[in-house]
Design a protein around this ligand. Structure first.
Ligand code: GDP
Ligand code: MN
Length: 385
């Protein structure tokens, strides 16, 4: 789960990771009041679940009440387009107003889970700021990576390795050690998958402050953190994906026009591959789960048909826990209840498959049966051609 910068900074404060003074605002008046309290210069920042806001015009330094009012009015409600939002952009519904900082240098720091080495890796770079991707591409040797064994935890030698790598000494080194220790605790305590600070600024007093904050939480661990659930912002999520999550369906919206309903994530991946091979494009990924019920298939079908770009639906089910005859009855009932207007191709295999096929044929509905995956792919590609 992604959270906003102002929420990430609330977490940072709880763990004594230094951040600028500031507060979130939902209106221009509120933003101006916060800036007035902080003093000028202040910074007005768009709060969306995407980076690259600075370059997209979503971060403005303001030096007076008039400028604060102007920046807040421009940014609040705007559709902000950055390299991470896609061309449709994201509507800004909240601002973060902060005290302007004196920047001597912009660094980069992040913590993430590295599956390959089963460790928490700390990534740092002396040249942070808005062009970190460019630095990584042009001079990868400038990116420092320190791996921490999660069972042994963070050790002082990790901190020294980081400080030497970054070329920090004295106060800056002390500041880094304290910050990384606290950030590591935050990361583990909250089951984060990513914490990124870009830029991490060095002030003229040699103190490090997190000017930006990005925190991604492992959704599978959220049940352990009820307080963090309050950070979820449904405005930032795909509405169909939000609805699917209510029915326990794993649903991801994609760009093509073939709707897919499949039981099991592996089977869903294979289904997307094979329909692409046949020349069709998936409109979504939907895994109704290995233990799906007929009702879940009906909910899935209903949801997929709300998506205007879907021109045909492929249902691919392996009948194990869910028997094919029960599933077929579910599909027929769902199709009748929903009133389907697009072609549907059904491929099923497994327990009671013959009885399932008999039910589909006897229904007299416009359902095409496929004998196997390849046949299903060819039939669905023909349906949308
Ligand atoms: P992002 O573009 O979405 O990653 O947003 P950031 O929070 O990183 O802000 C983008 C840029 O705005 C930073 O790299 C800074 O250069 C600049 N910026 C943000 N806050 C301040 C500030 O307090 N003072 C100054 N001078 N620049 C700031
Ligand atoms: Mn940033």
């Amino acid at each position: 789960m992604k959270i906003h910068e102002y929420q990430a900074k609330e977490l940072f404060r709880q763990y004594a990771v230094p951040v600028p003074d500031g507060a979130a605002a939902g209106s221009v008046e509120e933003a101006v009041a916060i800036a007035g309290r902080l003093g000028y210069p202040a910074v007005v920042k768009a709060q969306i679940h995407a980076g690259g806001r600075g370059k997209g015009g979503g971060v403005k330094l303001v030096r007076s009440e008039n400028e604060a009012k102007g920046a807040a009015a421009t940014i609040l409600g705007m559709t902000l387009i950055t390299h991470q939002t896609g061309p449709e952009g994201k509507v800004v519904r909240k601002l973060l107003v902060e005290a302007g900082q004196n920047i001597a240098e912009e660094l980069y720091l992040s913590l993430l889970v590295d599956r390959e080495t089963a460790s928490i890796v700390i990534v740092a770079c002396r040249e942070g700021g808005m062009d970190i991707e460019e630095v990584a591409a042009r001079s990868p040797e400038k990116i420092i990576k320190v791996r921490v064994n999660p069972l042994a935890g963070l050790q002082s030698y990790h901190l020294r390795e980081l400080a030497f790598g970054l070329g920090l000494a004295g106060n800056a080194m002390k500041s880094l050690a304290g910050l990384v220790k606290n950030l590591y605790r935050l990361f583990v305590d909250n089951d984060c998958s990513l914490v990124e600070i870009n830029p991490l600024i060095l002030t003229p007093e040699e103190i490090l402050i997190a000017l930006d904050a990005k925190v991604d939480l492992d959704s599978n661990a959220l049940f352990r953190h009820p307080a963090l659930l309050a950070y979820r912002d449904l405005n930032e999520e795909d509405p169909l994906e939000v609805e699917a999550s209510k029915f326990n369906l794993n649903y991801i919206n994609l760009d093509g026009n073939v709707g897919n309903i499949v039981n099991g994530a592996g089977l869903a991946m294979a289904t997307m591959d094979i329909i692409k091979q046949a020349g069709a494009q998936p409109a979504n990924f939907m895994d109704v789960g290995g233990g799906a019920t007929a009702e879940m298939v009906e909910n899935g079908l209903r949801l997929i048909l709300k998506d205007d770009k879907v021109k045909a639906v492929l249902i691919n089910i392996f009948g194990g826990i869910l028997r094919c005859d029960v599933f077929a009855e579910g599909v027929v009932n769902a199709a009748k209840a929903i009133g389907i207007t697009v072609p549907i191709v059904v491929r099923m295999e497994g327990t009671n498959v013959d009885e399932g096929k008999r039910i589909l044929t006897a229904s007299g509905m416009n359902l095409t049966s496929a004998v196997d995956l390849r046949d299903a792919a060819a039939k669905i590609a023909a349906a949308v051609a």
